[in-house]
Design a protein around this ligand. Structure first.
Ligand SMILES: [Mn+2]
Length: 448
């Protein structure tokens, strides 16, 4: 299947390329997450190859404060990636030459600046094209030789989880071109983590495997049982070894109550980046670790392929994964607190509340009940909630439930049907849980 890039988008991209060619120095602003760092790396490499000078600045978000920083830049040419959609009117009002490559919800169309966003061409930017996708399409418009950068774009796609239920839209175009040119190889998914098995089985929380994740003896024993040498990486495994190891993991996950749909989601297709010699999700999480540790420069260097930066980023990633897995082991040993229609835990000591909430819901919780996590270390108490598709099918809507339950005790909440958050006053937590449980019961019974 040939997928095409809309001609209106191609026109905008060649306009963008013309703008950039007319300048010697370009200021790049991007988002600090994996997609934003990937997009910035693609732009940086492109500008470097064009002989341009540039500076990259990463923002945690684009808000009025950061908009003032953009406004005060002395540079004539600005590229903004994975950000900007919510500030198009303000950017339009500036005098500089500006290119925005974003995929977030459209608030306004640009009148003066050059603005590319999948939503402008009827493509869903939430699922079918991310910041790095747009940056890559710009890069190959500048020069066809930049197709090797499609590898970095896949780290962005993985970072924004646009690959979870299969690629679509512009990302399919990237995959086809990337495969054709030998930069990307599609690999069948697996329950086995990629990378060095002994390390990654210990660190894995996607999935969290009881008795293996965060348990050195468990990992050693599992590899022994599968007849696999302790020094092997995923890529070293024979088909027979893969089969043996993944079925041992599947048995454990099923025993701990994981649903088949969750197993399938974890065993999603992998995209191997031939130049980086790693899979897209791995590079994505390295870039994410750099960005979130405030080491954006190192992240961009890693995205541009600098081996030392990748190594340091991987070290950061392993450290934070280590913290997450040890907190999961602790939470798993305590267990979730059960109520009639929800299950909850307190992670005030560790933070990571949202992350632990997602992992618990998918891997150790009762799949019939939403999972609630809370961090009571600050006032107001921070609440996370996660559901499963099977719950949504039965009438659960966490966005509505959290909004109502938080408001009922003087707090506020909201989000998506499957994942929502909120905050409530510390002394009202018990009341909040009681009210939320009742609201969930009402949602279930009114949809029957
Ligand atoms: Mn993004």
């Amino acid at each position: 299947m040939e997928t095409e890039v809309p001609s209106k988008l191609l026109t905008t991209l060649s306009h963008a390329a013309d703008i950039v060619r007319g300048h010697d120095f370009i200021q790049v602003y991007s988002h600090y997450d994996a997609d934003g760092v990937s997009a910035a790396s693609i732009i940086a490499q492109t500008l470097l190859r064009e002989g341009k000078e540039f500076r990259v600045t990463l923002f945690t978000t684009l808000n009025d404060f950061n908009m003032d920083i953009i406004r005060s830049t002395k540079t004539d040419c600005i590229i903004i990636t994975d950000l900007g959609a919510s500030y198009i009117e303000q950017l339009d009002a500036m005098k500089n030459d500006i290119v925005v490559l974003d995929h977030h919800t459209i608030i306004a169309e640009a009148k003066r600046i050059c603005y590319a966003n999948p939503h402008l061409y009827g493509i869903d930017g939430m699922t079918s094209g991310c910041g790095a996708t747009m940056a890559l399409l710009f890069a190959v418009t500048m020069n066809e030789k930049n197709w090797d950068l499609v590898q970095i774009a896949f780290a962005g796609i993985a970072g924004d989880r646009q690959h979870i239920n299969g690629l679509s839209g512009l990302n399919v175009h990237l995959l086809e071109e990337g495969k054709k040119r030998g930069y990307i190889e599609e690999m069948p998914g697996s329950l086995i983590p990629s990378g060095h098995l002994k390390t990654q089985l210990f660190l894995t929380t996607d999935p969290y495997i009881r008795g293996i994740s965060g348990n050195e003896e468990g990992v050693t024993k599992l590899l022994e049982d599968a007849g696999i040498d302790q020094s092997k990486t995923y890529m070293d495994l024979t088909d027979e070894e893969k089969r043996k190891l993944s079925s041992l993991i599947a048995i454990r996950l099923t025993q701990q109550g994981m649903l088949e749909c969750s197993l399938n989601e974890i065993a999603r297709t992998r995209y191997y980046l031939t130049g980086f010699k790693m899979d897209a999700e791995y590079l994505s999480s390295v870039l994410n670790s750099c960005g979130r540790s405030g080491l954006g420069g190192m992240g961009v260097s890693a995205g541009m392929g600098d081996a030392k930066a990748i190594e340091m980023g991987a070290k950061l990633m392993n450290e934070s994964n280590h913290d997450v897995v040890m907190n999961m082991v602790d939470l798993d040993s305590k267990g979730l607190n059960q109520m009639a229609h929800l299950q909850w835990f307190d992670s005030s000591d560790s933070g990571f509340t949202g992350m632990l909430c997602g992992i618990s819901m998918q891997c150790i919780g009762d799949p019939d009940k939403p999972t609630i996590g809370m961090n009571r270390s600050k006032e107001p108490v921070n609440i996370s909630s996660r559901g499963m598709w099977v719950q949504l099918d039965k009438g659960i809507d966490l966005a509505a439930a959290m909004r109502e339950a938080c408001a009922s005790v003087g707090g506020e909440g909201g989000g998506h049907r499957i994942a929502a958050g909120g905050s409530v006053p510390g002394e009202m937590v018990d009341e909040f849980l009681k009210n939320l449980d009742a609201i969930l019961e009402r949602q279930l019974s009114s949809s029957k």
